[in-house]
Design a protein. Structure first.
Length: 310
């Protein structure tokens, strides 16, 4: 996670976007490349100018990073568009545990991905003589995978499926796809950054465990536990809709099912919150908008810029 934060700060001090919404949107595409980006220009214009028009050069670099191996590229594509779970990514990529595991190990060693380990307890029966229900017994705890550079995920999410058309200079289908799914794509980067911001605000505590939580039935975007047994849960919404009180009820229900009593519930939203939810802000309910992410850059300096790999 610190690597993503360093890239986020580096992007900001290179380009000084007008606001944090632009910072997050543009970082989700260009994060990790180390380019100077004119964020006053529309993102679609920049994608065409910097990526699509330079497709051949960038494809060569991606080929070098993946050794040109089909298994590596198929796995990256599956991880970019799927639920990030290792076993389902193998299935989507047409890989088995052997060649899929080999590809995953290579991508880790190359620094393109990192594992996000599940915090789900393996299923077991309380009665040692009693068998588990079939659907529970068949459920495998699956770790997830995160890309270490947003640009690489962008490439395999949007560019790869349209590569043939892009080579021919035909960009229409790509831009239709991008316009339709941009918010959905950006949501994961927003979720990762939201975890960083949440943990920044509780930095005086010792964090024992942090990340997303998932099991066979429940998913929570962020679950952070500190050494004083405080529990922070959060959901992240990078959509064009405000977050209302119904989202609070849904998250409270998830906590009840997990039998946890959060010290604080937090929401991170691109478009803000309903008046009703705003009136409920307290120590137990924290609400963060895009503008709050400036806390991640104001505590550093331009001298701390890092070099990215592309």
């Amino acid at each position: 996670m610190p690597k993503l934060l360093n890239q986020f700060r580096s992007f900001y001090f290179r380009n000084y976007p007008d606001d944090m919404e632009i910072q997050i949107d543009y970082f989700a595409v260009f994060g990790g490349v180390g380019w100077d980006i004119d964020t006053s220009k529309p993102i679609a214009f920049l994608i065409e100018e910097l990526i699509l028009q330079n497709f051949n050069t960038l494809e060569e670099k991606i080929e070098q990073l993946t050794l040109g191996e089909s298994e590596n590229k198929r796995l990256l594509r599956a991880l970019a568009v799927g639920d990030r779970r290792i076993f389902s990514a193998f299935n989507r990529a047409g890989l088995n545990n052997a060649n899929g595991g080999s590809a995953l190990n290579y991508l880790q060693e190359k620094g393109l991905v990192q594992i996000e380990y599940s915090r789900e307890e393996p299923a077991k029966s309380l009665n040692s003589n009693k068998k588990l229900k079939r659907e529970i017994a068949r459920h495998r705890v699956s770790h997830k995978v995160l890309f270490t550079q947003p640009f690489v995920r962008f490439w395999f999410y949007f560019i790869v499926p349209h590569a043939k058309e892009i080579r021919e200079g035909k960009f229409d289908d790509f831009f239709k796809d991008f316009e339709t799914r941009q918010n959905s794509y950006t949501s994961l980067v927003f979720e990762e950054l939201s975890e960083i911001l949440l943990n920044y605000h509780i930095r005086d505590s010792q964090i024992l465990s942090s990340g997303s939580y998932w099991d066979a039935k429940i998913e929570i975007d962020i679950l952070t536990i500190t050494d004083d047994e405080s529990i922070y849960v959060a959901e992240c919404k990078w959509t064009n809709h405000i977050v209302n009180k119904s989202e609070l009820h849904k998250l409270e229900e998830k906590c009840e099912k997990l039998d946890i009593k959060p010290t604080q519930i937090a929401f991170f939203s691109k478009r803000g919150f309903s008046k009703e939810l705003m009136m409920n802000q307290s120590k137990e309910l924290a609400l963060y908008s895009a503008s709050d992410f400036d806390a991640l850059v104001k505590s550093t300096s331009k001298e701390e810029l890092i070099e990215e790999f592309i």
